[in-house]
Design a protein around this ligand. Structure first.
Ligand SMILES: [Zn+2]
Ligand SMILES: [Zn+2]
Ligand SMILES: [Zn+2]
Length: 151
């Protein structure tokens, strides 16, 4: 039962990707597919543009990766996370679900945080101010466990 469900989810990511391309009149190209697949494989670890270029090097050059990211960002497949003055890339919430990130100031790794309590606090804070939330971003920085211990 659970197993079947996982397969369905995995299939629908690719289907959703193809649907979004089609709906916006874009075609699937080898490099776009490589960019999407690389971000899908990376799951909850967002990548820098340099990492994405390195991992898709067999499928296209730097410029074509940039162009693919621009198109996929425009049609809502890719989300750009602004981390200070830099950014990282991951698939949008439609693929990965809603979550937040924490970034290590020393090694630069970014991990995802999924804490229902956090969402509840955000919701109730907005309600107290009589707002209906349409979007929110939270940027958390810290020092990761590895960096703390290798001091
Ligand atoms: Zn994420
Ligand atoms: Zn670290
Ligand atoms: Zn949230």
């Amino acid at each position: 039962m659970c197993r079947n469900f996982n397969i369905l989810v995995a299939m629908s990511s690719n289907e959703l990707y193809l649907k979004k391309l089609k709906e916006t009149g874009n075609s699937n190209t080898v490099i776009r597919s490589a960019v999407f697949g690389t971000l899908l494989d990376s799951e909850h670890t967002p990548l820098t543009m340099a990492e994405l270029i390195r991992r898709t090097a067999d499928y296209g050059d730097r410029a074509s990766v940039y162009r693919s990211v621009t198109v996929l960002e425009e049609i809502g497949v890719i989300k750009r996370l602004n981390i200070g003055w830099k950014y990282k890339l991951e698939l949008s919430e439609e693929f990965h679900g809603h979550h937040h990130h924490i970034t290590c100031e020393k090694c630069g790794r970014t991990e995802s945080l999924t804490d229902e309590n956090l969402e509840e606090v955000i919701k109730s804070s907005a309600q107290k101010a009589d707002y209906k939330i349409t979007d929110h971003t939270i940027e958390i920085k810290g020092v990761c466990a590895d960096c703390k211990s290798s001091k």
